[in-house]
Design a protein. Sequence first.
Length: 428
Amino acid sequence: MSEGSFNPFNMAQHQFDAIAEQLQLDEATRDLLRNVDREFHFNIPIRMDDGSYKVFKGFRCQHNDARGPAKGGIRFHPQETIDTVKALSMWMTWKTAVVDIPLGGGKGGVICDPRNLSLREQEAICRGWIRQVAKNVGPLQDVPAPDVMTNGQHMLWMLDEYERMVGYKAPGLITGKPLGMGGSLGRTEATGYGVIYTVREALNEMNIDIKNTTASFQGFGNVSQYAIDLYTQYGGKAIAVSSWDNTDKKAYTYRKMSGLYLQELLDITNRFGEIDRNKAIELGYEVLSGDAWIEQDVDILIPAALENQVNAENVNRIAPKVKLISEGANGPTTPEADKVIYERGIWMIPDFLANAGGVTCSYFEQVQCNQNYFWTKQEVLEKLDSKMTHAYHAVSDLARERNIYMRDAAYLISVSRVAEACKLRGWV
Ligand code: NAD
């Protein structure tokens, strides 16, 4: 799921190599951690509704499971690539390590566009996907979850197929399940809320009252919607959001200087996070170009759509007022853009810390499934807040102590935890 010649796996390796150098990791550890442990490529043949047959390409990558079973989502996207899946599985390893949960990193995907597939066809892809990897995933091996354009229903079809194959119930196979079917309260909110818990802590450190801040968001899907929700609950003013239009499938930025009204926008958004542009205009939103979200005169930028969105071409369009970037998406900032952001002194909360709320709540879902007893939403969100706050401060303390970029501090913590686990296991 990457544009042009941009390769997210090269970027993930580039980021890792710099940290491996700082940590003076030995060659074998570098070799192990800069590559994925296992990658699966497979065909998923499906009978389409019109009676024809079509073969979809599926992937699963397990980057590292030294700290526990691999963990990570499955994306359905027409531009999915194996290198995106590899990069994301590596980022999952760092993510589970930075929030210190006993899991490793994995990721999966299917090259398909669920917007053009019936529910029956999507169900067939889900069942086909899990049949292909059933021997290599499981509650104690690798635990998938929803990601871009997949949801609880997709997870349940996969779980159902897996349980038919193994002949027993295995709710710990997969997370992000619907409520009442082994899902956890708070999971829907978890990633977006987690992003804002870290924003809240960063603003506190800067002695800035969140109520006096404004923010611009990229994306209006699961992450962004709940980030906007909590940010506005805390009193912040979200003034711009960019998202795909539901008719021409192009991105536009929707702006209201008096502040976005979340429910009003949700009412004109489909389940893929695509906004009805004509209705937005009727509601008084200014419609700007898709990339205008980045040049808004705000305090906070939250890229929460996809990778490679803040790059060498547009980083200089970030307004002087911006103090903080919190990465809701995975890999939204390229290394060239990182350099500029660091030099400008903008405080960066890196993706695998900022958006770790989702996987943390998935871990809570596993814990609840294992004990077969489910917590209240308040209990889940309190535990989530505590984990995210703790992880944020561990990273920010190290960044301040060593006067280094936040992404580097987060990497130093994660990579040393994973390298240590590999050493203790005697792998390297
Ligand atoms: P989603 O599919 O629910 O929403 C994606 C949104 O981005 C949609 O509103 C879409 O219209 C918009 N979009 C796509 N391309 C765009 C572009 N070029 N310009 C503007 N908007 C664009 O996805 P999501 O679950 O919200 O995930 C968003 C990002 O966060 C992804 O990088 C994902 O990997 C990451 N993430 C998600 C979770 C989670 O729990 N959902 C957890 C961690 C990280």
